[in-house]
Design a binder for this molecule. Structure first.
Ligand code: SF4
Length: 298
């Protein structure tokens, strides 16, 4: 009986993250970690083995939210790639959200190419009909050489196809790309290839973050050995400029206002492209101050 359950708070384990736009969402941790967990720059889930939480724990969290989170009309499924949950279980979770949190208007989750690949187009549509309204995908780069180096687990073509599959199912697609991930020497190739990938994928939202080298990750080792060198501040700005220049989407938001970035840019594409490029050009000429190092954060 639902009424007999002891609901004593939300059950969170380890490091939990969510996209900045989900800050006010009900955060339901339905999986632990990331099923891929191999990207060389990512230290987020190094403390966890991937697992799907049991239904009792998930239901308790939903019931807790039904009592105490009545003012929040979005929900976000953590951790790293909740889309990988087998279809029937994921449908069950979305059904319980609808049943106990009827005021929730949109459910979001992270997704990687593996999780998307495992769903048929029909299954994605079923999930959308049950409230899954947005998926967040880490694209990082469109440059295959870099994708191999960072162990992203798929090539640019497959990544593009998986993004298109989400959009074709009528689910909003928000992606992140990583400034600096190609190092100084492949910066411009990475920027062009990423812009080209984004143009083919045509996501609704694009967030450009600057890579932060995290101690304990394989990228940290490459950084310490001198195998990986970040572009300097101006190099990162040129990379951002090149990326925006090559990004031709039908309609969407491109933003680089994450705390990790030196220059906040927010452009509604395609209309705002030239203004964004002009802003970056002004920063390159030293007419706009960049964010000081101490203000940058993950
Ligand atoms: S797929 Fe995402 S969460 Fe998983 S290791 Fe890569 S960056 Fe980290």
């Amino acid at each position: 009986m639902v009424q007999d359950r002891i609901i004593d708070g939300m059950h969170y384990e380890g490091n939990c993250i969510r996209p900045p736009s989900e800050a006010n969402s009900i955060l339901l941790q339905v999986t632990l970690g990331c099923s891929h967990n191999k990207c060389t720059f990512c230290g987020t889930y190094k403390d966890k083995r991937f697992a799907i939480k049991n239904n009792d724990i998930i239901l308790n969290d939903i019931l807790f939210a039904s009592k105490y989170m009545r003012g929040q009309d979005r929900a976000f499924l953590m951790d790293g790639d909740a889309l990988i949950i087998p279809q029937q279980r994921l449908m069950w979770i979305l059904d319980r959200i609808r049943e106990h949190l009827p005021w929730v208007k949109r459910v979001g989750a992270y997704a990687n190419t593996k999780g998307i690949n495992m769903k048929t187009p029909e299954e994605l549509k079923e999930l959308r009909e049950k409230g899954l309204g947005i998926l967040f995908m880490g694209v990082e780069t469109g440059d295959d050489e870099v994708r191999i180096r960072i162990r992203k687990g798929s090539n640019a073509n497959h990544c593009t196809e998986m993004g298109r599959k989400i959009k074709d199912a009528g689910i909003k697609l928000s992606v992140t790309v990583l400034l600096g991930i190609a190092g100084a020497e492949r910066s411009i190739e990475h920027a062009k290839a990423t812009g080209e990938l984004l143009s083919k994928m045509d996501p609704d939202y694009i967030g450009a973050l600057t890579v932060m080298v995290i101690p304990g990750t394989p990228l940290w080792e490459e950084f310490k050995n001198g195998e990986f060198k970040l572009p300097d501040e101006l190099g990162l700005l040129k990379e951002l400029r090149e990326m925006i220049q090559h990004t031709n989407i039908t309609r969407g938001l491109f933003f680089s206002n994450h705390a990790s970035n030196y220059l906040p840019v927010k452009a509604r594409l395609p209309r705002g492209k030239q203004d964004a490029l002009n802003l970056i050009d002004s920063a390159l000429k030293g007419e706009i101050a960049l964010k000081p190092e101490w203000m940058r954060a993950l």
